[in-house]
Design a protein around this ligand. Structure first.
Ligand code: SAM
Length: 286
């Protein structure tokens, strides 16, 4: 195969070894070198298709030296492929710095598209696909995760997150608290023997995974966009605000939580929260 010089960003299967394109196999068989996140994983794919390649590691912690080595090979007119353990390189996987450096050095970067867990999950979730936001992995620590979820709360699109089994229950609980009870899907072990897509609302999913053994395998969380809710009445907003303020929340936090839960404009709810706090404050004689 007469391949041009350049960096080939090659997508590989996310489980089922048959999910590889003919072009990906051609490229892996023809390039001068293949850089892989974990060479043991990529060797399995190459062996399955009888491909012999000059394989080296390029992983998350690869330092400047490996990038320099790859750029030098590209500079000599070589054809270099980059593959990750599963799916599309750069998508929550190494490669961004390398692609950026290759472009800056004037080399061609050629994508060889194929599987990615985010798109496979989206295709099966049954949630709107006209606009979606891929958010990667939520932070592990509770405070950082809550802040991260807060930044997603007003995004008017389906959300796609990657997750691991041990962290799924905590992440789902935080998502249900931070986003409200939206429709969602948990896509697990896609393209593998125990493939499963569980569809429910966030609160139901959070409950289902709480206090049970963490699910095994790899997981994508897909969450529908904020639902168009009937305009909440002032009485309903005030009642919800009183409830949250009674628990000791600040006016700002209470307004944010109620605006999210009722789908009401934040500023208007904040103004109501100030009014409620004022009217409920104990008078001078009390
Ligand atoms: N680059 C990959 C891609 O394009 O999908 C993603 C790599 S990221 C390090 C690994 C995460 O992808 C897993 O924790 C999981 O969230 C998701 N993932 C990968 N394979 C999966 C599968 N077969 N089923 C469900 N999720 C998967």
């Amino acid at each position: 195969m007469g391949l041009e010089a350049g960096l080939y960003v090659v997508s590989t299967p996310i489980g089922n070894l048959r999910d590889v394109t003919l072009r990906a196999l051609d490229v892996l068989a023809s390039v001068d070198r293949v850089y892989a996140e974990d060479t043991r994983v990529t060797i399995r794919l190459l062996n399955a298709y009888g491909i012999k390649a000059r394989l080296s590691a390029y992983h998350e912690h690869s330092d400047e030296a490996v990038r320099t080595e790859i750029l030098a090979a590209l500079g000599r007119g070589e054809r270099v492929a980059l593959a990750s353990d599963a799916g599309t390189p750069l998508i929550s996987d190494p490669g961004y710095k390398l692609v950026r450096a290759a472009i800056a050095a004037g080399h061609r970067v050629i994508p060889i598209p194929g599987p990615s867990a985010a798109l496979a999950a989206l295709a099966a979730a049954g949630l709107p696909t006209d606009q979606f936001l891929f958010a990667g992995f939520a932070p592990a620590k509770a405070a950082a995760r809550a802040r991260f979820i807060e930044t997603l709360a007003d995004v008017d699109a389906t959300l796609v997150l990657y997750e691991t089994g041990p962290r799924l229950a905590d992440t789902l609980a935080a998502l249900a608290a931070g986003l409200g009870d939206r429709p969602a899907a948990i896509a697990r072990e896609l393209t593998k023997l125990y493939e499963e897509v569980r569809r429910d609302r966030l609160a139901g999913l959070a409950q289902a995974y709480a206090n049970v053994e963490p699910p095994k395998g790899e997981i994508v969380i897909v969450i529908g966009p904020p639902e168009a809710r009937a305009e909440a009445s002032e009485t309903a907003i005030d009642a919800a605000l009183r409830e949250v303020l009674r628990s000791g929340a600040s006016v700002k936090d209470a307004a944010a939580a109620v605006a999210r839960a009722l789908g009401a404009p934040r500023q208007a709810v904040y103004a109501r929260a100030l009014a409620v706090r004022r009217s409920d404050a104990p008078g001078p004689d009390e």
